[in-house]
Write a protein that binds this ligand. Structure first.
Ligand SMILES: [Zn+2]
Length: 413
């Protein structure tokens, strides 16, 4: 089936776009619909590449609104981990379907996920039609490294079978929940299988102090000593990375995904320094983190917070430009994250915004996208040439909300 979009606005020019078999076949002012095409008349709506959520725990929509205003460790130990021990595949599937619905509404076509029952998340992603890089969370703080290794190997095999929209990854939870030997083993497995790694790093100051006390190294240097810093590695948070660590991370080609909303809600006491990361040459992406600690999956909200926090922390309104912030949110400044490109031959992943969105009516588009817009400006989402949302309406949304609600109540949330 050929899908043709007409009357869209790209960089100030009215264009058409034709896609077939999941790829963009033609893009430009000369492209018009042909007889038999599935057509969308964009009516002057802006055409954009979609957002990429570089770090989340999709099924944690089930935990939304039960964060308890607690610090990170008591929140994890008292509220999250005991309930997570009771999760089953159906809980995770419906929690992740809800997350996919919210991310689609917010213009996000791809996300990076670390959560229990990863194959259930992968099924949700495939059914929702989004793209995701998914890893089973790896822990061996109970001392059972062998069980953790079996989980890692099994999840890579199972995720690889779940279709073209799902990319398997390794997801060691953090340096404080995975042993040194296991981190080294994961780094070796990633190199051998060429699969990405996603890990939380330098989220709290306490994590840095503990790392220094235990290993005599700061977190990034510690991971590097285990071979874990490479161009396949995504470091989530990075709030407390110092100048030398940022240079090391840039040198190794890793990506840092900043999660400003979750960091502020958990009050980690600092802000990831984007100007320092940019100066060091670090690839940077944006993430929401899970709905348990955000609690929104509308990445537009994180985008605004990101830009504001950077300016505020640097006491400098030029610390990040709107165009730069938008590129970060679409993954364009971190090649590993899998940004979509609006170009012939690229995957047919794109957004049409609402032509009548009040927040976009006056002023520069990039500035409005960062500071004035929310996910409600997204009208149409197409991923791999398939129309997932049109007119801001998602099919099956009521059922997804109801089923996720039932699963949360089952868990006592
Ligand atoms: Zn996280």
């Amino acid at each position: 089936m050929t899908l043709t979009v007409t009357g869209a606005v790209l960089d100030g020019e009215t264009v058409g776009l034709r896609c077939e078999e999941g790829r963009i076949l033609a893009l430009g002012p000369e492209v018009v619909a042909r007889l038999g095409d599935e057509t969308i008349d964009a009516g002057g709506a802006p055409l954009l590449a979609p957002l990429v959520n570089g770090h989340t725990h999709a099924a944690m929509t089930l935990f939304r609104g039960s964060g308890g205003d607690l610090p990170l460790m008591p929140w994890l130990e008292e509220r999250i981990w005991p309930v997570e021990a009771k999760l089953d595949d159906e809980d995770v599937y419906w929690g992740a379907r809800l997350a996919c619905a919210e991310m689609t509404r917010g213009g996000c076509a791809r996300f990076w996920d670390m959560y229990w029952h990863p194959t259930a998340t992968a099924r949700a992603v495939a059914d929702a039609g989004l793209r995701a890089t998914i890893g089973a969370p790896l822990f061996d703080r109970d001392g059972d490294a062998e069980a953790m290794r079996q989980t890692a190997l099994r999840s890579l095999e199972q995720l690889a079978e779940l279709g073209p929209l799902v990319e398997p990854a390794l997801a060691p939870h953090s340096i404080y929940t995975v042993s040194e030997d296991s981190l080294r083993w994961i780094a070796e497995l990633s190199a051998e299988r060429r699969v990405p790694i996603q890990i939380h790093l330098a989220e709290t100051e306490g994590e840095v102090e503990q790392c220094l006390a235990t290993h005599g190294l700061r977190p990034a240097a510690y991971l590097d000593s285990l071979g874990m810093l490479s161009e396949r590695t995504v470091l989530a948070h990075g709030v407390w990375l110092d100048h030398y660590e940022l240079e090391l991370i840039a040198d190794r080609g890793c990506t840092v995904v900043t999660n400003p909303a979750a960091n502020m809600k958990l009050a980690v006491g600092g802000i990831f320094s984007y100007p320092a990361a940019r100066e060091a040459g670090v690839a940077v992406g944006l993430g929401s983190d899970g709905a348990g600690s955000n609690d929104s999956l509308d990445l537009f909200a994180d985008l605004k917070l990101f830009a504001l926090a950077q300016k505020h922390a640097a006491a400098d309104p030029t610390a990040v430009t709107a165009a730069e912030a938008w590129e970060i949110a679409t993954g364009a400044r971190a090649p590993l994250l899998g940004a979509s490109a609006l170009a012939v031959g690229a995957a047919a992943d794109f957004l049409l915004l609402r032509a009548d969105a009040p927040a976009l009516a006056i002023g520069e588009l990039a500035s409005n996208l960062v500071y004035a817009a929310g996910g409600e400006v997204v009208d149409t989402v197409v991923v791999a040439g398939r129309v997932l949302m049109r007119g801001g309406e998602l099919p099956n949304l009521a059922e997804i909300v109801a089923r996720a609600g039932e699963r949360a109540r089952r868990l006592g949330l």
